[in-house]
Design a protein around this ligand. Sequence first.
Ligand SMILES: [Zn+2]
Length: 262
Amino acid sequence: MCSARDQQQHRKRSHARTLPLLLLVACHYDVGQADSAFYNWDDRKVHCAIDIDTYARIDNASIDTGLDRARDRGEVLELYNHDPGVTIQEDVIEHVLAGAQSRGLSFVTYADMANGVRPAGGGLAYSFDDAYVKQWVALRPLFQQYGARITFFIAFWDQLSAVDRASLHDLAADGHDIEAHTAKHYRGPVYVEQRGLGAYMSDEVQPSIDHLRDDGFTISAFAYPYGARTDETDRAILERVPILRSVAYTWDSPATDPCPND
Ligand SMILES: [Zn+2]
């Protein structure tokens, strides 16, 4: 993580144009400056969230700038992560939840955004991706403590145990939102290039929606693995679900930022 002093030095150095831009971006990603990760209830269909997993190197102070902006401007900040205890530590999750609560932010799910369920004031749309159901369920008390409502984007549904599948219903009963995130987590544009859009839709997108719908969930959103998308995949998937989630920032390759809203 970068200290305030580092930041100051970076500013000086970047002002002198001696610091490579990539290093600057990798070290300091200011969540509050990431315009595309703030939803202001405009008509966008492709949302973009910031990955706060440990490897993304976004510290709590940076997250705080985002929560402050959501409060100050009445916007919804979109954040996501994956596997509690592995890719994201529980104390960071709690920092986010407590930070939202202390600022009076509402927890907004992707179903809320798809349905225009707009709270008064700012909000936080916080999502957890893939298939770490046991780890998510273990956090139910923490979520309840902060009145949190989380969106879980599910991939690999066919590999979930019966217990895990039942747990998704427990999470939904707590007020969380269960949404689709492909069948096998392939990178969409690559899959389309190799096998065609029709195959991507029938192999990856539609099964992930159908499994959850068949299990009784209402599906309002689809999250792209790696945020990887094209206008063509957007058009096709938006015929099946109201909104999509991409990624606002990729710390390891910012030159290929997939978000269309920048
Ligand atoms: Zn994923």
